[in-house]
Ligand binder design. Structure first.
Ligand code: ZN
Length: 467
C-alpha cells in the first residue's frame, strides 16, 4: 500500500522532506535543512528515521536550502541514488550547497574562537567535502512536461513562480495496475511579479495534494513596491545612512536589483554602490540569461532591448567574495546597500554587517523574505530592542522595514487562487510548510471557500496514498 511520511516542513516552514513509499520503492521529494529555533536546528544533527541507503530516488521542487540543504548529510549517511531536478535548480543547488557549507564552517569556526555556542559542540553540520558527492548525484530532468523517474514513478513539472527553476510536481505512482496521483505544491510564488513566470496550478485530478501554507494566515502589504523602495532609499540616503538587506545572492536580490536599476534610470533615486557579499558571489545575470525558460516576456524584452546594460544590475555593482573584501565594506561610510546571506539572519556574513550597522539610527534593514519562528529576522520583525550577534546584545537603532511586497511566497489569497486552479477537489489535502497558525488558517479558508477536506500535516506522521 502506497504511503507518505512527513519528514519535515510539517508544523514549521523548513526541513521539507517527504518520503513516498510505493510499489516496493522509496522516493524522497525535497531534502531541506531545518532552520529557526534551536529545537528545529538540532533535528539536522539527528539521523533520518529510516536508513538513507534504502531510498531509491530523490527529486527536488526548487533550490532553496530549506528544500535542498540536507542533501550533503543524506549522501554522507549512505544515499547513493540520483537526485533529479531541472537545469536551473541543479545550478542553483550547487551554489547554495557550497555557500551553505562555507557559511556553516565560518560560523562554527567563529563560535569555537569566541566560545559562545554551547550546543552542537560548534560543529559544522557539513563541509564542502560533503557537498561534492551530491553534485555528482544531481541529474537533469525537463523544466516542464513529463519525465519517468523509474517504472514506478512519473513526474510532471509546472512553473511555481517562486525562484528560478521552482516547480510544483505532479507525481504519478504506478502500483499493482493502479495509478495514484500526488501533487506537491513546492513553494508557490507570486502572481504579477516581474522577471519570473506566473505560478501554474497543475491540471491534475489529484488523489493527494500537499500544499504549502507559509502565508496561510496573512496577506502581503499592499502598495507599489517600486515607489516604496524609492521612498526608503531616499529617506536613508538623506540622513546619510546605509541599507542592509538579508538575502542570498540569487532570487530576491535580482528583484531588488531590477527595481533599483529602474529607479536609477528614472532618476528617482541616486546611483548608490550595491555590495552583494557572499563567498559564492557571482553576477546572477549569466544564470538568468542561460535559463530563459524561467522568465516572463516583460523581462526578456527589456533584456535585449538596448545595449545600455543589464536590467539585473545597478550602475555601481560590487561582488565581494573573500572575507577581506567583506570586511572592507565596514570602511564604506557613505550611503550604500549591502545584500548578504542569510535571509532570516540565522547565520552568514550578514551578521557581521549588522554588528556594524544595526546600532546606528541613520541606517535601515529591509526584511523581505519570510522570517521563521526563532530566527533573528523574526526578532527584528517583532521589534526587538537588541539582537544577539556573536554572543553580545547589539542594540537595534536602525530602522527596520518590512517589505512583504518583495516576498517570493504567495500570500493567503494567492494560495487560494492557486488551489482554485485544480479541475476537481483533491481527494485528500495536507497542508505543509507553515507554522501551526498559518496552516490552520489556510485549512479553515479551504473548507470555507472550496468545501474540501484538508488536514494539517504532522511531523513524522505516515499517511496512506490513494484508496
Ligand atoms: Zn523556497
Amino acid at each position: 500500500m502506497a504511503k507518505l511520511t512527513f519528514l519535515g516542513a510539517a508544523g514549521c516552514v523548513t526541513g521539507s522532506k517527504y518520503l513516498v513509499d510505493a510499489a516496493g520503492k522509496k522516493l524522497l521529494v525535497d531534502c531541506g535543512l531545518f532552520q529557526g529555533t534551536n529545537e528545529l536546528k538540532e533535528r539536522n544533527f539527528k539521523p533520518l528515521p529510516g536508513d538513507p541507503k534504502t531510498i531509491d530516488y530523490a527529486v527536488l521542487t526548487h533550490a532553496h536550502l530549506d528544500h535542498t540543504g540536507w542533501l550533503p548529510v543524506l549522501a554522507r549517511d549512505g544515499y547513493r541514488g540520483p537526485i533529479f531536478a531541472n537545469p536551473a535548480t541543479i545550478e542553483l543547488t550547487e551554489l547554495l550547497l557550497k555557500d551553505s557549507a562555507h557559511l556553516q564552517e565560518e560560523e562554527a569556526e567563529h563560535a569555537k574562537r569566541k566560545k559562545y555556542k554551547h550546543h552542537e559542540e560548534a560543529r559544522a553540520l557539513y563541509t564542502p567535502e560533503d557537498v561534492d558527492p551530491v553534485l555528482k548525484q544531481l541529474k537533469p530532468m525537463p523544466r516542464s512536461g513529463g519525465f519517468d523517474i523509474s517504472p514506478e514513478f512519473h513526474v510532471e513539472s509546472f512553473d511555481a513562480g517562486h525562484i528560478l527553476g521552482s516547480s510544483s510536481l505532479e507525481l504519478t505512482i504506478r502500483e499493482g495496475g493502479k495509478k495514484i496521483v500526488v501533487v506537491f505544491s513546492g513553494d508557490v510564488g507570486r502572481y504579477g511579479q516581474p522577471i519570473l513566470k506566473e505560478p501554474t496550478t497543475p491540471p491534475s485530478n489529484a488523489d493527494v495534494l500537499l500544499c504549502e501554507s507559509t502565508y496561510g494566515d496573512r496577506e502581503h502589504q499592499d502598495g507599489d513596491p517600486e515607489g516604496l523602495l524609492a521612498q526608503i532609499v531616499n529617506r536613508v540616503v538623506k540622513r546619510g545612512g546605509s541599507i542592509v538587506i538579508p538575502a542570498f545572492a540569487i532570487g530576491r536580490t535580482q528583484t531588488f536589483m531590477y527595481y533599483l536599476r529602474r529607479l536609477e534610470d528614472q532618476q528617482r533615486i541616486p546611483h548608490l554602490p550595491v555590495y552583494v557579499d557572499s563567498p559564492m558571489a557571482l553576477s546572477a545575470t549569466a544564470l538568468y540569461v542561460k535559463h530563459k525558460e524561467d522568465h516572463d516576456l516583460e523581462f526578456a524584452r527589456e533584456e535585449g532591448s538596448d545595449g545600455k546594460g543589464d536590467p539585473l544590475n545597478v550602475h555601481e555593482f560590487h561582488l565581494t567574495r573573500t572575507a577581506e573584501e567583506s570586511k572592507a565594506i565596514n570602511n564604506v561610510k557613505t550611503p550604500c546597500i549591502i545584500i548578504s546571506a542569510s535571509g532570516m539572519v540565522s547565520g552568514g556574513r550578514v551578521l557581521h554587517h549588522l554588528v556594524q550597522r544595526l546600532p546606528d539610527a541613520k541606517n535601515a534593514v529591509i526584511l523581505a523574505g519570510f522570517q521563521a519562528e526563532g530566527t533573528r529576522g523574526r526578532a527584528l520583525q517583532e521589534g526587538a530592542k537588541t539582537l544577539n550577534l556573536f554572543g553580545s546584545a547589539v542594540p537595534v537603532g536602525a530602522e527596520i522595514v518590512e517589505m512583504g511586497q518583495f516576498s517570493a511566497h504567495a500570500g493567503k489569497s494567492e494560495l487560494l487562487r492557486w488551489l482554485g486552479g485544480f479541475p476537481a477537489p483533491p481527494k485528500q489535502t495536507y497542508l505543509t510548510h507553515g507554522e501551526p497558525a498559518a496552516a490552520q488558517a489556510l485549512q479553515a479558508a479551504i473548507q470555507e471557500e472550496f468545501k474540501w477536506e484538508a488536514a494539517v500535516a504532522r511531523y513524522l506522521d505516515t499517511v496512506p496514498l490513494g484508496a
